[in-house]
Design a protein around this ligand. Structure first.
Ligand code: WQD
Length: 326
C-alpha cells in the first residue's frame, strides 16, 4: 500500500518517509518545498503543491487515485508561534484551509486513514506536572488553535464518512536520526544555542526566574527518530477495529530545563556554553511535560532516547548536516 506524506520533505516528515521505506511501504510525498528540501526524500515521488492552493483538492484527489493511496500522514503546516500571532488569517488559511482540502480529497478518493501532526501547543499554559490528553483545547496562540481545529476536523470526518483518525501531539522535538536529516531551521532552543555558539556569541536564556528548580523553563524533549517511530505505530493502530483513543502525547514524561539542555550541549560539543540571561519570552509556560502513559498503553510506543542522545545527534547533524539549506 502507498502512504501519502504531506510535508514529507521537512525535518520530521523526512524521518518518517525514511522509516516507511525501510519498512517496505510505498510513499508519495506532497510538499511545497517552502521549508522542506527535495534532497531529503531521495527518489520518492514528489507532488509539489501548497495544500491551501485553490487547485489542491483536485491535485490531491488525482494523486491519491493514481498512487493507490491507503493512508495519509499529514505534517505540512506553518509552525512558528510568533509568526502566527502576527499573521493569524494566513495561519488559518494555511493550516486549517490546507487540512480541509486534504480531508476533502481523502473523502473523494475514499482514503480513510489519517495521522495528523498535532502539538503540545493545544494545551496552552497548563499548571500541572504531567499533561494528559484530556486537557487539550486551551491553545493560547493562532498556531495552537489551528492544531485544535485540525483535530476537530479529523474527528468530524470520522463521524461523517468513517475516516479513521489519530492525532499525535508533539512536545519539543530535537536531534537527528541521520545527520543529513537534521533540523535546518534555527527556531527552537537546541539549534538556537548551537547557532549562537557557532557565531562565537553566548547562548541566550529567556528568563531564569520561573518557579522551577533552576529558574529556567522545563520542556519535554523528544528525539525526532522516536517521534517518527510513533507515526508508524499510529498507522498500525488505524488498522484496528477498536480504537478507544484518537489523540496521544508524544513525549517522554521527563522534563529538562533550559539550563540542563544548554549544559548538555556544552558536554557534547566541548564548547564553553556560558549563557546570557534575558527577560522572559511572552507566552512561555514554566513547565510543559507530557504524560506518555496513554500512548505507551494503547500504541505500545515509548521513547528510547534521553537528553544526552538527543543532543549528541543534534550536535553531529549541526556539524555535518544541511542546516544552511533551508
Ligand atoms: C524551549 C524553551 C524558551 C531559545 C515551541 C512551540 C511548540 C512546539 C515546539 C511546534 C523555552 C527557551 C529558547 C533560546 C531559550 N511546536 N529558549 N533560549 O516554545 O517550548 O515550543 O516549539 O511546532 O508549539 O510553542 O520551544 O524551543 O522555542 O523553547 O531560553 O535561545 O527554551 O524560552 O522556555 P517551545 P522553544
Amino acid at each position: 500500500m502507498t502512504i501519502l506524506v504531506t510535508g514529507g520533505a521537512g525535518y520530521i516528515g523526512a524521518h518518517v518517509v525514511r522509516l516507511l521505506r525501510q519498512r517496505g511501504e510505498r510513499v508519495v510525498v506532497v510538499d511545497d518545498l517552502s521549508t522542506g528540501s527535495a534532497s531529503r526524500i531521495g527518489d520518492e515521488p514528489l507532488v509539489r503543491l501548497d495544500l491551501a492552493a485553490p487547485e489542491a483538492v483536485a491535485v490531491l484527489t488525482d494523486a491519491m487515485l493514481e498512487h493507490k493511496v491507503a493512508a495519509v500522514i499529514h505534517f505540512a503546516a506553518r509552525k512558528q508561534v510568533g509568526e502566527s500571532v502576527a499573521k493569524p488569517a494566513w495561519y488559518y488559511q494555511q493550516n486549517v484551509g490546507g487540512m480541509a482540502n486534504l480531508v476533502q480529497a481523502m473523502e473523494n478518493a475514499r482514503v480513510d486513514r489519517l495521522v495528523f501532526s498535532s502539538s503540545a501547543a493545544t494545551y496552552g499554559q497548563p499548571d500541572v506536572g504531567l499533561v494528559t490528553e484530556d486537557m487539550a483545547g486551551a491553545a493560547i496562540n493562532p498556531y495552537g488553535e489551528t492544531k485544535v481545529i485540525g483535530e476537530w476536523l479529523g474527528r468530524a470526518a470520522g463521524v461523517a464518512w468513517g475516516c479513521r483518525f489519530v492525532a499525535l501531539r508533539y512536545f519539543n522535538v530535537a536531534g537527528a536520526g541521520w545527520p543529513e536529516l537534521g533540523d535546518p531551521a534555527v527556531l527552537n532552543l537546541v539549534p538556537m544555542v548551537l547557532d549562537k555558539l557557532e557565531l562565537g556569541e553566548k547562548p541566550r536564556v529567556f528568563g531564569d526566574d520561573y518557579p522551577t528548580p533552576d529558574g529556567t523553563c522545563i520542556r519535554d524533549y523528544i528525539h525526532v527518530l522516536d517521534l517518527a517511530k510513533a507515526h508508524l505505530a499510529a498507522l498500525d493502530y488505524l488498522d484496528q477495529e477498536e480504537r478507544p483513543h484518537d489523540a496521544f502525547n508524544v513525549g517522554t514524561g521527563t522534563g529538562s530545563s533550559v539550563k540542563e539542555v544548554i549544559d548538555e550541549i556544552g558536554r557534547a560539543s566541548g564548547l564553553d556554553v556560558t549563557s546570557e540571561v534575558l527577560p522572559r519570552r511572552a507566552g512561555d509556560p514554566a513547565r510543559l511535560v507530557g504524560s506518555p502513559e496513554l500512548i505507551e498503553k494503547t500504541l505500545g510506543w515509548r521513547a528510547e532516547a534521553g537528553l544526552s542522545e538527543i543532543i549528541a545527534s543534534a550536535w553531529e547533524a549541526w556539524q555535518t548536516g544541511p542546516r544552511h539549506i533551508g
